[in-house]
Design a protein around this ligand. Structure first.
Ligand code: AMP
Length: 118
């Protein structure tokens, strides 16, 4: 069973913010911003590559509830999902990083030539 499935089953503790039948949100153990929350579907999905549109529909509503709950909707925030090796995905269970609580930086994400791919 994957790490996040164990959190869903409460076999591993997590600092949970919001939970319903289909989704759960908890604080990232290694925060990269003052607010750093992970929102995940309870149904195991490896990554965004495999998620259904119906799960994403529910995820949209759930993330909106989470950002309202932690009061970052007005100040703003960023949603990131890392996918696969180049995306830097470390945990193989779809998760959305919700980052905020301060003005976030935005810069080059790779040392490779940004115009090199196309
Ligand atoms: P990613 O690199 O996109 O796969 O992100 C995985 C995230 O999971 C990282 O930000 C980790 O800090 C976070 N993480 C790993 N283990 C735990 C845990 N037990 N509880 C909360 N967050 C975790």
């Amino acid at each position: 069973m994957c790490l996040f499935c164990k959190i869903i089953k409460k076999e591993i503790p997590a600092n949970i913010i919001l939970e319903d039948d289909d989704f759960i949100a908890f604080h990232d153990i290694n925060p990269k911003a003052p607010v750093h929350i992970l929102a995940i579907p309870k149904k195991h999905v490896n990554s965004f590559n495999e998620v259904s549109s119906s799960t994403m529909s529910g995820m949209t509503n759930f993330i909106q509830k989470v950002t309202n709950e932690v009061k970052i909707q007005e100040s703003g925030y960023r949603i990131i999902t890392n996918i696969g090796s180049d995306g830097g995905q470390e945990v193989g269970h779809l998760h959305f990083h919700i980052l905020g609580g301060a003005k976030l930086k935005w810069g080059h994400l790779s040392d490779a030539d940004p115009k090199g791919h196309f």
